[in-house]
Design a protein. Sequence first.
Length: 191
Amino acid sequence: MSDTTELPTLHITADHVRNGIYIGPYVSGYKGHIEIAADLGTVCFAGSILAKGSVQALSGSSIKAGWSIKAGGSLDAGGSIKAGGSIEAGNGIKAANGIEAGGSIKAGGSIQAGGSIEAALSIKAGNGIEAGGSIAAGLSITSKWISARLRIFAGLVNWRFIRPGEDHITAEVRSGTVALGTVVAPTLETM
């Protein structure tokens, strides 16, 4: 991972948002960091958010993208994070509320949410996954450890039959009840 500290920052303010919809500069391929001001509520982006650096929504602001969200650094929201496609961060992903993706969720570091974490496909973290609610994946979940206040589901995909291994939870389960899926101990090859 390259150093992203010297990148420019796009500051998204109330002037860039009309009726909850982002109307500011192009953010699909931004060559720096993106920071969404505090207390804007849910800021809806029609397409993808793709930033070379970090993406951060300050307290009271949530991120909703019509397609994917990808940050070269970390992805952090004072509210929730929701994408119609995948969510990916080179470092960690953190949301004060929930995280939801119509595709997969992947982080180089940890994934942490005050609410539930839901992905239509797989969830993968380089370190741990922690949710204040449930963790649900259409396919597999992979990390060093996993912790949920409620239940953990892997293999929820409902548009086809699960293939062998697609319902694996490859992690140390620290808390939460595994309601669906097969727990497999993580190895160096799976991380």
